[in-house]
Design a protein around this ligand. Structure first.
Ligand code: ZN
Ligand code: ZN
Length: 355
């Protein structure tokens, strides 16, 4: 199994971001990423997908789209379309039709920032998901870094602090989003893949003669990432590698990470039954019993959850195991102290155990 680190949900100057695609791949290389997925608002840019750079430091660029109905009031229903490879914003006013169109284009659909808070002092509305009657989407954006900014900013003072010291800001996915995800995966016993998104824009604020750049792309690229497991190492051949990455994302063979406090590379969550080993995103038949194993890149606080409830917690261990014969949806969370606070570090996709 091989691990590739991606930054997802990035805006360029084709919408409200402030960098070009070629700038972004250079920054991604600096951040040590294997790939980035750009998602401009209601515009898909043709002809830019591919590998950039040379040798081992190649960066894969996948151009997706963030589609929403601009006339919706209250606003919301932002959908990330990944690998549809065509313009689909014409379906913006019908989320179900949009999801179906993405699926028939062999793309993936993720509900962006499904729960968001308004930022009232700054006249910013909440862009939550509202069309909860939709079905057959691939997953949700469990952690959106710029949405989190809206949730943790409660005053002008905290806005300034969070803007000037971005490393102090991120704590993890919203509890409400985690609960929502648990409800979806438990009630439906259906694969709903979690990804981490940065929603990077590199906002520019003019203060008299000065221009301040908030949340530079490099900060985003080093922080909330999605680590994707592929069955073979990336070969450097774009089409093959892209297909493998998309297939792994579709299966939920990935985890959401906060790489800023410490690298999360090497995290594993797997389960064994009589037939062999399965990884996050997989469905597994219980048979005579299951042995779950968690491997952490460093010893820290780790929780195993079943159907949204914590069933086991370890402190200061880097290998944790759990034996069971109970069916359910199992996932892992790990936390790490950083800048004076415990912060979300790793959120695995679930293993679906049934008999
Ligand atoms: Zn959005
Ligand atoms: Zn966005």
């Amino acid at each position: 199994m091989h691990e590739a680190k991606f930054s997802i949900h990035i805006h360029t100057h084709y919408s409200d971001g402030s960098a070009s695609h070629t700038d972004l791949v250079k920054i991604a290389e600096q951040a040590g990423l294997h790939g980035i997925i750009t998602t401009d608002h209601n515009i898909w840019i043709d002809g830019l997908d591919g590998y950039y750079g040379e040798g081992k430091r190649k960066v894969m660029l996948l151009v997706g789209e963030e589609i929403h109905d601009r006339t919706l009031d209250p606003p919301g229903n932002h959908l990330l379309a990944i690998n549809a490879r065509k313009e689909l914003s014409v379906y913006a006013d019908s989320p179900q039709q949009l999801i179906d169109q993405i699926a028939s284009a062999e793309g993936l659909s993720f509900l962006a920032h499904p729960i968001e808070d308004p930022l009232e002092d700054f006249n910013q509305k909440a862009f939550s998901w509202r069309a909860w009657d939709v079905k057959n989407f691939n997953g949700i954006e469990l952690w959106n870094q710029m949405s989190e900014f809206k949730s943790v900013t409660t005053s002008w003072f905290s806005a300034l602090r969070n803007a000037l010291f971005p490393k102090q800001m991120s704590l993890g996915p919203l509890e409400r989003t985690l609960a929502l995800w648990d409800d979806l995966i438990t009630a439906r016993m259906q694969r709903i893949v979690a990804i981490g998104g940065v929603d990077a824009h590199k906002l520019r604020i003019k203060l008299g003669p000065f221009t301040i750049h908030l949340y530079p792309y490099l900060h985003h690229f080093k922080s909330v990432t999605t680590h994707i497991f592929t069955p073979k190492p990336l070969s450097g051949s774009f089409i093959d590698d892209r297909n493998m990455i998309i297939q792994s994302l579709r299966q939920g063979h990935c985890f959401v990470a906060y790489d800023l406090p410490a690298p999360t590379d090497g995290f594993r969550f797997s389960v064994n039954n009589d037939d062999g080993q399965f990884i996050m995103g997989d469905e597994v038949e219980i048979k005579r019993g299951l042995t779950f194993q968690i491997r952490l890149p460093r010893p820290t606080l780790c929780r195993l959850l079943k159907n949204g409830q914590v069933i086991k917690e370890w402190q200061g261990r880097d290998v944790c195991t759990h034996l069971t014969t109970e069916q359910g949806v199992y996932r892992v969370e790990a936390f790490l102290p950083y800048k004076g606070k415990m912060r979300g570090w790793i959120f695995s996709n679930p293993i679906y155990a049934w008999r």
